[in-house]
Design a protein around this ligand. Structure first.
Ligand SMILES: [Zn+2]
Length: 355
């Protein structure tokens, strides 16, 4: 899930070794570097594609991410199984994080290929909390959460409906017994090469990136994308947490850990070099947003009012929800640092004011 953040800092000049806005045909894996193939898959959502990665692994293959649980994504895999590789030659599937465009087809693929799914425990536990939650209890929790922001009842209903839409039929869910948990610093052997897990937090609980030193290449998932800033949001599940603080720490880590020349293989748009500058731009953009909030918070303001400060343009319902979640992430960042505090007014709306 990615989005709409306003960008302020000048865009860095990135190098696109395969061309800016170029991608291989759907279902036709393209070798970007020795033994690493780029599979472009369409998505039935506003963000209309995802990049999956197929890595040669001895006599077999390792897959990274799975695509959305939709027929157009299954069709692409069938095309791949028809010529490029056979399901029985897949050794394992690595999932970067729990968002539906990444994990959606994981159980379908794992059953088809009879192989394990490697995922961090933090991502799996969060995914499990979504698939196992009680629908009615979640609806009332989500509706209280949206009312606190200061939205009118019609918007509350729309938001709750969208937030509940992640529920999936039981047979297509990833079960824990299919999984092997991975964590930061783990070394995963793929074709005699070591791919080290580098975790990122804030966009999702414990996102796994994979870095190979010899190739100076990183499979980045949603942690570093050339021209999209990943959504960093507060939802009912992390209502009082500080995902923006986590995200900024992760951006600093990726900025400092990788070289400017590292080949980045992101889940969306195109492979690029120039991650150091890209991470710095993301950090600067979020700090610019925080400064706008600091200037706007004099008299107590609600989340809805703060959202209008950060995103002062027309948004559809889904964009409004993402923008509101992202606004809350910025508010929570300031609350956690005791720059502002929150109190409920007589109507139960959360209002933020300077400390
Ligand atoms: Zn994501």
């Amino acid at each position: 899930m990615n989005n709409l953040s306003t960008e302020f800092a000048p865009r860095p000049t990135l190098d696109y070794p395969f061309g800016k806005r170029w991608s291989p045909e759907h279902g036709d894996p393209f070798e970007v570097i020795d033994g690493v193939y780029w599979l472009r898959v369409p998505l039935p959502i506003a963000l209309d594609h995802i990049n999956l990665w197929i890595l040669r692994d001895g006599d077999g293959w390792t897959l990274v991410d799975s695509g959305y649980d939709a027929q157009i994504c299954k069709d692409v895999w069938e095309q791949v199984f028809d010529g490029f590789l056979t399901p029985s030659s897949v050794n394992k599937i690595i999932i970067t994080h729990f968002h539906p465009d990444h994990i959606g087809l994981a159980s379908w693929l794992a059953l088809r290929c009879q192989c394990p799914i490697l995922i961090s425990e933090g991502e799996y536990r969060h995914y499990e909390s979504i698939i196992k939650r009680d629908a009615d209890a979640f609806a009332s929790e989500a509706s209280a959460f949206v009312r606190e922001m200061g939205y009118a009842p019609d918007m509350v209903d729309k938001f709750v409906m969208f937030m509940a839409s992640g529920d999936k039929p039981k047979e297509s869910r990833v079960q824990e017994e299919m999984c092997q948990f991975i964590k930061e610093h783990d070394d995963i052997d793929i074709d005699g090469r070591t791919w080290t897990v580098i975790s990122g937090n804030g966009h999702s609980p414990e996102h796994s990136c994979l870095y190979n030193e010899e190739l100076d290449t990183m499979i980045a998932g949603d942690q570093s994308i050339a021209r999209i800033s990943s959504n960093v949001s507060v939802f009912p599940s992390n209502r009082h947490q500080d995902p923006l603080g986590d995200w900024l720490t992760s951006c600093e880590k990726l900025r400092d850990r990788l070289s400017p020349d590292t080949l980045m293989l992101p889940a969306h748009q195109e492979p690029f070099r120039g991650n150091t500058a890209r991470m710095q731009q993301m950090i600067d953009d979020h700090h610019a947003q925080l400064n706008r909030l600091r200037l706007a918070i004099g008299a107590p303001i609600s989340t809805v009012e703060a959202r209008a400060v950060l995103f002062d343009r027309e948004l559809n319902v889904i964009e409004t929800l993402l923008a509101t979640g992202e606004t809350l992430a910025h508010l929570n960042y300031l609350v956690h640092r005791k720059e502002i505090s929150m109190e409920y007014d007589y109507q139960g709306v959360a209002r933020y004011s300077a400390c």
